[in-house]
Design a protein around this ligand. Structure first.
Ligand code: SAM
Ligand code: SF4
Length: 338
C-alpha cells in the first residue's frame, strides 16, 4: 500500500463542506422488486438492464472503499434486496470488512421465510421489514400484488433467526392506512419489535393518488399513538430525519421519520449508492457521481475510487426542499435505495 492510501485509510475524510461526517451508506443492490407499492412505484415500471447494475464484485469494492474512508454502517436496500442473486454472499463479504460496525437491510419481508437464517448466519445484524397494513385486502391494494400471509411467514422466520433487532417500517398515507397507526404500533410492541412511521416523500411521478392529499405528519401520528401509549424521548439517533421514542413498559421504540414536516438535514450522516452505481449525496437532490464508470474504466484501482468518493462529497447539498405539491425528483424510491 502506498503512502497516499495510508493517509486515506487512516484518516477518514468523509466530511462534507458543512462539517457533517458521513459514516452511513445505504447501498441499493437492485432496482427491481417483487411488490409494486403505490407510493413507491408507478404501475408500469421499466427496470434497468442487468449489465447496468453493479456486479457483486463492484458492490463489494464500493462497500470496501466507503469503509476504508470511515463508514461504520451499511444498509443493503433496493428495490427488494432479497431478490438479488447472491445477496447472501454479498452480506457475508460486507460483514467481514474489519472496521465496519454493522451491516443491516431493509426488506419487504416477502422472501424472509427462507432467507432469514442464511442472512443471520452471513452476519446481518439488524433488519428493517416494511409493512403498511395488517389487513389482507388493503395490503394487497397498497402493494398491488402482495400476499400478507407470506409477510407473516417471513416475520416468524425473522424472529426465529434472532436478529439483533427487528424494526418495522410503515409509510402512513391519509385515507389509505392512517386508521391503522395504533394497530401497527400494538403489533410491534406485542412482538418486541421497534416501528418507524415514515412521511411519504414526493419521489417519482405516480398516478395512484395525489401525494399532496395523502400527507400525514409525524406529529399527527404521534397524537394518535399517545391516546394509547406513553412515549418518552429516546437517546437513540441514527442521524438524518428520524427521532425515536421509547414505549413505556415495553422494549419497543417508535421512530418518526419526518423528511416533510421537520428538516433534520443539519445532522445528516448518510449517503446512498443507487443500483447502477450512482453515488447520490442527498435523497432530495440530484447531486451525484457515476462510480460505475470509475470502476469500469479503471478496474481494481481502489485508490482512485476512494479519491472520487471524497471528491463527490464536496457536492453534498446542505438540505432538501421537498414539497408534496411538486415532483421535483423524478427518480422513484426503488431507484434511490430507501
Ligand atoms: N423493498 C424494500 C422495502 O420495501 O422495505 C426496501 C426498499 S424500499 C424503497 C425502502 C423503504 O422506503 C420502505 O420502507 C418503503 O416503505 C419506503 N418508501 C418507498 N417509497 C417511499 C416514498 N415515496 N416516501 C417515503 N417512503 C418510501
Ligand atoms: Fe418494492 Fe420496497 Fe418499493 Fe414496495 S417500497 S415497491 S417493496 S421497493
Amino acid at each position: 500500500m502506498d503512502s497516499k492510501s495510508d493517509v486515506l485509510i487512516n484518516e477518514p475524510s468523509l466530511v462534507d463542506p458543512f462539517g457533517r461526517a458521513v459514516n452511513y451508506l445505504r447501498l441499493s443492490v437492485t432496482d427491481r422488486c417483487n411488490l409494486r407499492c403505490t407510493y413507491c412505484m408507478a404501475e408500469d415500471m421499466t427496470f434497468l438492464p442487468r449489465q447496468q447494475i453493479l456486479s457483486l464484485e463492484e458492490l463489494r469494492d464500493v462497500a470496501t472503499a466507503f469503509v476504508d474512508l470511515g463508514v461504520k454502517k451499511i444498509r443493503l436496500t433496493g428495490g427488494e434486496p432479497l431478490i438479488r442473486r447472491d445477496i447472501i454472499k454479498l452480506v457475508s463479504a460486507i460483514a467481514s470488512l474489519p472496521s465496519l460496525d454493522e451491516v443491516t437491510m431493509t426488506t419487504n419481508g416477502m422472501l424472509l421465510s427462507k432467507m432469514s437464517q442464511p442472512l443471520k448466519d452471513a452476519g446481518l445484524g439488524r433488519i428493517n421489514i416494511s409493512i403498511d397494513s395488517l389487513k389482507t385486502d388493503r395490503f394487497k391494494d397498497l402493494t398491488r400484488v402482495g400476499d400478507l400471509d407470506l409477510w407473516h411467514n417471513g416475520i416468524k422466520a425473522a424472529k426465529k433467526a434472532a436478529f439483533d433487532k427487528i424494526k418495522l417500517n410503515t409509510v402512513i398515507l391519509a385515507g389509505f392506512n392512517d386508521d391503522e397507526v395504533l394497530d401497527l404500533a400494538r403489533y410491534a410492541v406485542d412482538n418486541d419489535m421497534d416501528i418507524s412511521f415514515i412521511e411519504e416523500m414526493p419521489l417519482g411521478a405516480i398516478s395512484s393518488h395525489e401525494r399532496s392529499k395523502t400527507q400525514v405528519t409525524s406529529e399527527q401520528v404521534r397524537e394518535q399513538l399517545e391516546r394509547e401509549f406513553s412515549l418518552i424521548d429516546s437517546v437513540e439517533t441514527t442521524g438524518g430525519p428520524s427521532r425515536y421514542m421509547q414505549v413505556v413498559g415495553s422494549t419497543s421504540k417508535i421512530g418518526f421519520i419526518s423528511p416533510m414536516s421537520n428538516n433534520f438535514c443539519s445532522s445528516c450522516n448518510r449517503v446512498r449508492m443507487t443500483a447502477e452505481g450512482r453515488f447520490l449525496l442527498c435523497l432530495g437532490n440530484e447531486h451525484s457521481m457515476d462510480l460505475r464508470q470509475v470502476m469500469r474504466s479503471h478496474p481494481g484501482d481502489s485508490e482512485l475510487l476512494r479519491a472520487k468518493i471524497v471528491e463527490a462529497l464536496k457536492n453534498k447539498p446542505e438540505r432538501h426542499h421537498f414539497d408534496a405539491n411538486r415532483t421535483d425528483i423524478v427518480r422513484f424510491m426503488n431507484m434511490t435505495g430507501g
